[in-house]
Ligand binder design. Structure first.
Ligand code: FAD
Length: 451
């Protein structure tokens, strides 16, 4: 059988298949082995848009060069209970994934599990009208993640899994996978191509007549503040999740992907730029960054959230001159653009310099800007200083989750023996949930192969 994608979904599926079936397992990935994945340009904040992108592609997938924060909750980064029809089964999946990471060297320490501090933060958030979601988290760190992934790879190879790197799958269907014009026969196919392969998978699904639906998307900014401001919060939880309802529009706003003492990074897609963040265990900045996102759902007659999100990302890219936009919160409030001079007058030194100081209100819809301003004011009551005039906002941070591919409980599509898993199929949005959907798909294949 063939697995497309060596990200968490593909690797955990391979582990399950190699451990509990006699199927021969081949994992094909567009990118390279982990030790050949380097992005010096991204390290300097000057992504030049390599294809395939080293950050998104290769052994370990998009998670391979990330901070490796494992969110150990079944309802974060997707909804596993919905996929398994049981909270207990979803919790078990999270534990299985976590155990494998720990076996391969993830640190023993879990953050966000101290109940007195967690309760106190929850109380403070509630007093500010914010819901705090306590999440036990394991932080592997970008420098240590390659060792964890290589250890996992070596276990898989010992179990007989074969890896084929630097090979993009062009086409799937009819029991075959076509790579560089060559057909590889496969009784079972599991497509787990991640976000970078989401459009490709959607195209394949359309050709094969598989149903797709649009989900909600998240649009906003990456906030960068002095690390000391957020210290009382990240000391409780490395990546704290706050859920906020805004006053004016009653929109859902949330914090996501916090990087204490971290760095803002550029993400480059085919036709637009984006921003993200990372934190390293051994190299620290003076700042903390996190995504601050407003949820957008579209209902009849227009449901295409992907096009809506993309058009906002294009607009931000245009106004930023092909670079992310950077604005001080004080300038946004005052209705004026930022300039380097104004930014340098503030107290926060940006960790990403390949940006254009400008005005994010010229790129993001008014409703989203209102959500960001109101949400930050509320969050300031939990972590005073978050909404200071010096706070930096990078845009666009658009989370274009993949279109959701319709699957049954075994992650099998309407095309017999074609299974999907992970972010590329719109089933997950994080390392642990992606890995868990890989396990579900593998179990679906094993059940089917046993007849
Ligand atoms: C910078 C960054 C930081 C992140 N930090 C975190 C974090 O700390 N914690 C967290 O939970 N999540 C984090 N995420 C998200 C997380 O990495 C993803 O949710 C997760 O990796 C998804 O797993 P996946 O297996 O579905 O897909 P991916 O990990 O994206 O893997 C998909 C693989 O498929 C390959 N592929 C795609 N198309 C093809 C094709 N046609 N042929 C062959 N191969 C193909 C790609 O090369 C890629 O290696 C981060 C993401 C990024 C980009």
């Amino acid at each position: 059988m063939v697995i497309i994608g060596a990200g968490p979904a593909g690797l955990f599926a391979a582990h399950e298949l190699a451990s509990n079936s006699n199927l021969s397992v081949n994992v094909i990935d567009w990118g390279k082995e982990i030790e050949k994945r380097h992005c010096p340009a991204a390290d300097e904040g000057k992504c030049i848009g390599c294809v395939p992108c080293h950050i998104m592609c290769g052994l370990g997938g998009a998670g391979g060069m990330s901070s490796g924060i494992l969110n150990l909750r079944h309802d974060i980064g997707g909804d596993l209970a919905k996929l398994t029809n049981s909270v207990a089964a979803a919790e078990n999946l999270v534990k299985e994934v976590d155990d494998i990471f720990v076996k391969h060297g993830a640190p023993k320490q879990i953050d966000g599990a101290d109940s007195t501090e967690v309760n106190e933060l929850g109380r403070k958030a509630a007093a500010a009208g914010i819901k705090y979601i306590p999440i036990p988290q394991r932080h592997i760190g970008s420098e240590y993640l390659p060792d964890v992934i290589n250890s996992f790879r070596s276990e898989l190879e010992k179990k007989g899994v074969k890896f084929i790197f630097s090979s993009k799958v062009d086409r799937i269907g009819g029991g075959e996978v076509v790579v560089k014009g060559q057909s590889i026969k496969a009784k079972y196919i599991l497509a787990a191509p991640g976000r970078i392969g989401a459009d490709w998978l959607a195209e394949q699904a359309e050709v094969l007549g598989i149903k797709l639906t649009h989900g909600a998307i998240d649009i906003g900014v990456r906030v960068e503040i002095p690390a000391v401001v957020y210290e009382p919060v990240v000391n409780v939880n490395w990546d704290p999740k706050f859920h906020i309802r805004t006053k004016t529009f009653d929109d859902f706003v949330r914090t996501f992907c916090t990087n204490p003492y971290g760095f803002v990074m550029e993400e480059r897609y085919d036709e637009h730029v984006g921003v993200n963040g990372q934190s390293l265990r051994d190299k620290k900045s003076q700042n903390t960054n996190f995504a601050f996102l407003v949820r957008v759902e579209l209902t009849q007659p227009v449901t295409d959230t992907t096009s809506y999100g993309r058009s906002i990302a294009y607009l931000a890219t245009t106004i930023g001159g092909d670079r992310p936009l950077l604005q001080r919160l004080g300038d946004l409030r005052a209705g004026r653009r930022s300039t380097w001079e104004r930014i340098e007058r503030g107290h926060v030194v940006p960790t990403l310099r390949s940006v254009t100081p400008g005005d994010i209100s010229m790129a993001l819809p008014g409703r989203i800007v209102t959500g960001i301003l109101e949400g930050l004011e509320m969050l300031d009551r939990v972590a005073p200083g978050v909404a200071s005039d010096s706070t930096l906002l990078y845009s666009p941070e658009v989370k274009l989750y993949a279109m959701k591919i319709q699957v049954d409980d075994n992650m099998e599509t309407s095309v017999p023996n074609l299974f999907v898993a992970g972010d590329g199929a719109g089933l997950s949005r994080g390392i642990v949930t992606a890995a868990a959907t890989g396990l579900l798909a593998a179990r679906g294949i094993i059940n089917k192969s046993k007849g």
